[in-house]
Design a protein around this ligand. Structure first.
Ligand SMILES: Nc1nc2c(ncn2[C@@H]2O[C@H](COP(=O)(O)OP(=O)(O)OP(=O)(O)O)[C@@H](O)[C@H]2O)c(=O)[nH]1
Length: 230
């Protein structure tokens, strides 16, 4: 299936594969999520066990899915709230804890379906596990970070997925002005100095690799693997 949604001035066209959710088809799932930009994991708000199963899918995506995949959770059948088994608050809390998009939907009554795709289209959500932040011109790379090594995984935009891992030395100097950018989740938990030098490095990388989407997948050399949440 395809679906096109407009977010601000951009049209986002989604090519959608609907996998079979049953356990016996599980081995086929990687064929669907390999190379995917986003995954919508659907559970049934009237069946608690579907919510538990969803957590296994999240784990699988984290471990074997593309590192920058956007994860959205849809609590479907919200037209049947009278027989609900999963509280909206619980599902939202879980989604927040894994930095996933969350909406309750009704496929039957077409509730929140478009909204879900619009959420996925938003740049702030376009990198799984990332939070928006502002790179400010003039922000100095701390002296303590100069000479340290940053390890980054760059994923290019465009039809062909290309990945390149680079290790580079952090140089001093101000962060270039590149407007609003995204800071990976792992960085939000990194020490302030570590965060700042990576931001500085990203700014410089943007000049070296103008076609690379630097925001897509960044490995912090010092932290744990950022895509594997425990
Ligand atoms: N009330 C209600 N029923 C729904 C809704 N969405 C789906 N259903 C019903 O739930 C049943 C299962 O829907 P499917 O779309 O086959 O579910 P699925 O998870 O894709 O199933 P598989 O393809 O077998 O993995 C069908 O009887 C649908 O009519 C909804 O939003 N509200």
């Amino acid at each position: 299936m395809t679906k096109t949604v407009q977010y601000q001035n951009e049209l986002h066209k989604f090519l959608i594969w609907d996998t079979a959710g049953q356990e016996r088809f599980r081995a086929l799932a990687p064929m669907y999520y390999r190379g995917s930009a986003a995954a919508i994991i659907v559970y049934d708000i009237t069946k608690e066990e579907t919510f538990s199963t969803l957590k296994n899918w999240v784990r699988e995506l984290r471990q074997h899915g593309p590192p920058s995949i956007v994860v959205a959770i849809a609590g479907n059948k919200c037209d049947l709230t009278d027989v609900r088994e999963v509280m909206e608050r619980d599902a939202k809390d879980y989604a927040d804890s894994i930095h996933a998009i969350f909406v309750e939907t009704s496929a039957k009554n077409a509730i929140n379906i478009n909204e879900l795709f619009i959420e996925i289209s938003k740049p702030k959500n376009s990198i799984h596990g990332c939070q928006p932040a502002v790179w400010r011109q003039g922000l100095q790379t701390p002296k303590t970070a100069i000479g340290a090594k940053a390890k980054l995984l760059l994923t290019t935009r465009g039809p062909t997925l290309m990945k390149k891992q680079v290790v580079l030395d952090v140089a001093g100097g101000p962060v270039p002005a590149i407007g609003n950018c995204l800071v990976p989740w792992s960085l939000l938990h990194a020490k302030r100095t570590q965060r700042n030098w990576l931001l500085g490095t990203l700014g410089r990388l943007q000049q070296v690799f103008p076609n690379a989407d630097l925001c897509r997948g960044l490995w912090c050399a010092k932290g744990p693997h950022p895509w594997l949440l425990t």
